[in-house]
Write a protein that binds this ligand. Structure first.
Ligand code: GRF
Length: 188
């Protein structure tokens, strides 16, 4: 069974969806580690509920990105992690991890990339007056949401949508699309 790590910084609804799907045998992988850069994030509580090991760290306690990524890499190697899924991890991945996991780090983003990269993507789409937005799963490179897209799903922005209803629709699609995409990547 392939060991994967999920990196997250906040709520962790995507973490929860992937952890549940892997534990139900729906994805050919096991979530063997949560990496979290915010030691009080809700996602840590979710990992403990699923009995998934956690590596939580505070970036401010390290000299630089290379220093904390070196420690993350030690943890990943100790658990024989073969693949990384970012799910609301609010940091750019640096050279250390990109070189150790070439083409084996993916991310989910709530827009139809290349539209609306970065923070606040749902709000930006909502305020732009667009009639559709969506969700993208993509390979991670050194940029902000810039790597090659693997899968996308469109979502209509209805006239009756509020920012909150749009967010709810997108999050539901995210969970399904992330699970389906991981499943097909691991079957390939
Ligand atoms: C999601 O919208 C994801 O696309 C983005 O950050 C959010 C994380 O949500 N990268 P959650 O923590 O998984 O609930």
């Amino acid at each position: 069974m392939r060991n994967i790590a999920i990196f997250a910084s906040g709520n962790g609804s995507n973490f929860e969806a992937i952890a549940t799907a892997t534990q139900a045998g729906e994805i050919g992988a096991k979530v063997s580690l949560l990496v979290c850069d915010k030691p009080d994030a809700h996602v840590i509580f979710r990992a403990k509920n699923h009995q998934i090991p956690v590596f939580a760290f505070s970036p401010a306690q390290y000299a630089d990105k290379a220093a904390y990524e070196a420690e993350i890499l030690d943890q990943l190697r100790a658990l024989d992690i073969q693949f990384i899924a970012l799910a609301g991890y609010m940091r750019l991945i640096g050279k250390t991890l990109l070189e150790a996991y070439p083409h084996r780090i993916v991310n989910i983003h709530p827009s139809l990339l290349p539209a609306f990269p970065g923070k606040g993507a749902i709000q930006q789409a909502y305020e732009s007056g667009a009639t559709e937005t969506g969700v993208s799963v993509h390979y991670v490179d050194a940029g902000m949401d810039t790597g090659p897209v693997i899968a996308q799903r469109k979502v209509e922005i209805a006239e009756t949508d509020t920012l909150q209803t749009l967010e709810e629709k997108l999050h539901k699609i995210e969970h399904n699309l992330y699970i389906e995409t991981l499943k097909s990547l691991f079957e390939a």
